[in-house]
Ligand binder design. Structure first.
Ligand SMILES: C[S@@+](CC[C@H](N)C(=O)[O-])C[C@H]1O[C@@H](n2cnc3c(N)ncnc32)[C@H](O)[C@@H]1O
Ligand code: SF4
Ligand code: SF4
Length: 498
């Protein structure tokens, strides 16, 4: 049994909270579980600074329809679920995995997440995993399914040592399900409406129970759809927690008319960033939440938030010499681990130094980062800002905001700058490696402090140091604390909330 919950950041085991990730490393996780998550960028928020994942698009078909999904939409420049530029055979996929593994030694996880449903394409999915397990046994296997066919494949999943399974569960109430799923195809028959949703929820929950019973780590994805399931997701959270889910990832609906989905065409809105955070916070009392999901493409490659899939197209892979060297990969990863250990200890001490005060002030800060847990990105080059909630108990990663590039060649359009500032307008400060004069003055006008004095330093220690001086200034009356978390963020059509 795990110890009582201290500061935590996004992981729970069998429904019990456990420290993990960014500020605490292994924390209270049992060694066997920590071994599974420590190099998985989706299961450990701290690991996502260092380790990469890849998806291979070997599963085109699906056994049901969600009102938010259209897999016919294909765009090389767009990163969101279901989108892929080319589909692969298992053999092509295995070659691609080896090619990526040899060029990106910190790539530790192979996921199959579509573009359809991996378990609606079981032969291709399991053949791919078999080939990869044989050729590159150090790579962790991970799959993401709607759960409809899951109970039929649990034994195979266990046999192939697929350690991580994600199930998308958007409802446990069939009335709500009928508004999300027009039909399912089950046992050679098409079902719709309530009947379809009843079968789906039964199969999803029993699949989750079966996997948990075998010690396979399950993450539950839920898509937050305003007006349909947002309050209900608190019930979903309780239901999956009680069935042993390890982590809950509530993601915002992505819906736009040009995607050609039912919700997009009907004008169903996406949640605001503040609504998503409020729901994640409400569920966190029950179970810790994943907040760093990037809603990746079905063929994504690289660190979360970066997409190197264009470097590994079918055409390029055919001509690549693959030199998969397990010893070199091991050495790179051992270096990363040594660095993580060396950095985490002083960070924990620093947090403790500042902890224990009496202030209940909490603020959000935005950080421009290219990864490795550092403030190492220019404001104008940031594709996204990571957002941390800072208080006297530490700095906790709570999400990220993706924005279009403001600075293309040094001169951003004024509207783009305004959009970027709107995307972080619930934050008190933005931490950057560098920033120009105009954005500095525009941020000041909006009451957001640009902070560049911690360039190339660690995010958390810098956030805590900045926060201590912020509190000092509030205490001395030099500044007045203003609560900016007023739900004022509006979703801008240019921006994806995440
Ligand atoms: C493309 S699916 C593939 C795996 C599987 N078919 C499933 O649905 O779980 C991967 C994840 O993306 C989510 N997803 C797909 N379209 C989405 C959208 N428009 N907005 C938000 N999430 C979406 C799915 O719900 C699922 O959790
Ligand atoms: S189950 Fe997955 S692939 Fe199938 S329609 Fe839904 S989101 Fe798309
Ligand atoms: S979609 Fe989310 S859970 Fe899946 S690989 Fe990307 S970040 Fe990880």
């Amino acid at each position: 049994m795990l110890a009582a919950e201290p500061k935590s950041c996004g992981i729970s085991v069998g429904g019990s909270k456990a420290r993990c990730g960014a500020h605490s490393g292994q924390g209270d996780l049992p060694p066997a579980i920590w071994d599974k998550v420590k190099k998985h960028p989706c299961y450990s928020v701290e690991a996502h600074h260092h380790y990469a994942r890849m998806h291979v698009a070997v599963a085109p078909a699906c056994n049901m329809q969600c009102n938010y999904c259209n897999r016919k939409y294909d765009c090389a420049n767009e990163s969101r679920p279901g989108v892929t530029s080319e589909k692969l055979t298992p053999e092509q996929a295995a070659k691609k995995v080896l090619a990526v593994a040899s060029r990106i030694p910190q790539m530790t996880v192979l996921g199959i997440a579509g573009p359809g449903d991996p378990l609606a394409n079981p032969d291709k999915t399991f053949r791919t995993f078999e080939l990869v397990a044989k050729a590159a046994p150090d790579i962790k296997l991970c799959l993401s399914t709607n759960g409809l066919a899951l109970p039929d494949h649990v034994d195979t999943i266990a046999r192939l040592n697929i350690e991580h399974v994600t199930i998308t569960i958007n409802m446990i109430d069939p009335e709500i399900g009928a508004r999300i799923y027009p039909w399912i195809f089950y046992n050679h028959k098409r079902y719709s409406g309530l009947e379809a949703a009843k079968i789906l929820t039964r199969r999803q929950l029993s699949g989750l129970e079966m996997l948990s019973a075998r010690g396979i780590l399950c993450k539950v994805n839920s898509v937050m759809i305003p007006g349909i399931n947002e309050r209900h997701l608190v019930e979903v959270n309780k239901a999956v927690k009680s069935r042993g889910a390890f982590l809950h990832n509530i993601m915002p609906l992505i819906a736009a008319p040009e995607h050609g989905t039912m919700f997009g065409l009907k004008g169903q809105r996406a949640p605001r960033t503040s609504e998503l955070k409020a729901l994640q916070d409400a569920c966190e009392g029950e179970m810790n939440m994943m907040r760093h999901c990037c809603q990746c493409r079905a063929d994504a490659v690289g660190l979360l938030g970066e997409d190197r899939s264009a470097e590994f197209t079918k055409e390029k892979i055919v001509t690549m010499t693959v030199n998969y060297d397990p010893e070199a990969r091991k050495a790179t990863q051992a270096g990363i681990e040594a660095e993580r250990r060396a950095r985490i200890m002083p960070r924990q001490e620093e947090v403790q130094e500042h902890a224990g005060g009496t202030s209940d002030i909490k603020v959000l800060i935005a950080v421009a980062t290219k990864g490795a847990g550092l403030i190492n990105e220019h404001f104008g080059h940031a594709n996204e800002f990571q957002v941390y909630e800072v208080s006297q108990s530490g700095a906790k990663f709570v999400g990220h905001r993706r924005v279009d590039h403001y600075c293309q060649g040094g001169h951003g359009a004024p509207d783009d700058l305004a959009a970027i500032i709107r995307s972080i307008n619930d934050c008190h400060a933005v931490f950057v490696a560098r920033i120009g004069g105009r954005p500095t003055s525009e941020l000041h006008k909006d009451g957001i402090e640009p902070v560049d004095k911690y360039a190339h330093e660690f995010i958390e220690t810098s956030a805590i140091a900045w926060f201590s001086s912020y509190l000092e200034k509030v205490k001395s009356g030099e500044i007045q604390h203003v609560d900016r978390g007023d739900g004022a963020i509006r979703q801008d059509p240019m921006m994806s909330v995440a």
